[in-house]
Design a protein around this ligand. Structure first.
Ligand code: ZN
Length: 175
């Protein structure tokens, strides 16, 4: 497995809409290696999730996982999900204020609205369809990663720009 380079805000590739992945391509060794590398990169960077566009591949796939993570102390854990061609639908209209960071915007946090509960429909890494209901932090991470596949960054969704903060100031004034 290989840790891939994470591209940063300002790189125009992060603003592109990613392409649907075909079932035939998912089953190739090359794509399977890519999934392994995304998981390795997410873990090496202590990310809660990572989207393919963040490693400069414009395909609709993200991974997410939350075990013990120094970037997110006291967060609920969730298992590893690989989501290919994902679709997200809110389960309820409840909106939560979400403090988010991003591996492509290092050292920055901001607060934005997200749906509290969602249904994620996607293909797994073997091209098998699945549906799962997610709540709380896992639901937020899935929405954040899906945004990446549509060229949207967390800063686009911040409603009160006074919450756009550096990590240290977030810890000092907002946590
Ligand atoms: Zn991100």
């Amino acid at each position: 497995m290989e840790v891939l380079e994470v591209i940063k805000m300002g790189n125009p590739r992060l603003r592109e809409v990613c392409a649907v992945v075909s079932e035939a391509e998912i089953k190739t060794n090359q794509f399977q290696r890519f999934i392994d590398n995304m998981i390795a990169t997410q873990r090496a960077e202590n990310g809660a999730g990572i989207a393919a566009s963040q490693v400069n591949i414009l395909q609709r796939v993200f991974t997410m996982e939350m075990e013990e993570n120094p970037r997110y102390p006291n967060k609920e854990t969730f298992p590893l999900y690989v989501a290919i061609n994902p679709i997200i639908k809110p389960i309820s209209n409840t909106i939560v204020d979400s403090w988010e960071g991003c591996l492509s915007i290092p050292g920055i946090r901001g607060q934005l609205p997200r749906f509290k509960s969602i249904k994620l429909s996607a293909l797994d890494r073997y091209a098998k369809p699945y549906e799962i209901e997610l709540d709380g932090f896992a639901a937020i991470v899935a929405q954040h990663e899906l945004d990446h596949l549509n060229g949207i960054l967390l800063i686009d969704r911040i409603e009160d720009m006074q919450t756009l903060t550096f990590q240290k100031e977030y810890e000092k004034y907002w946590m």
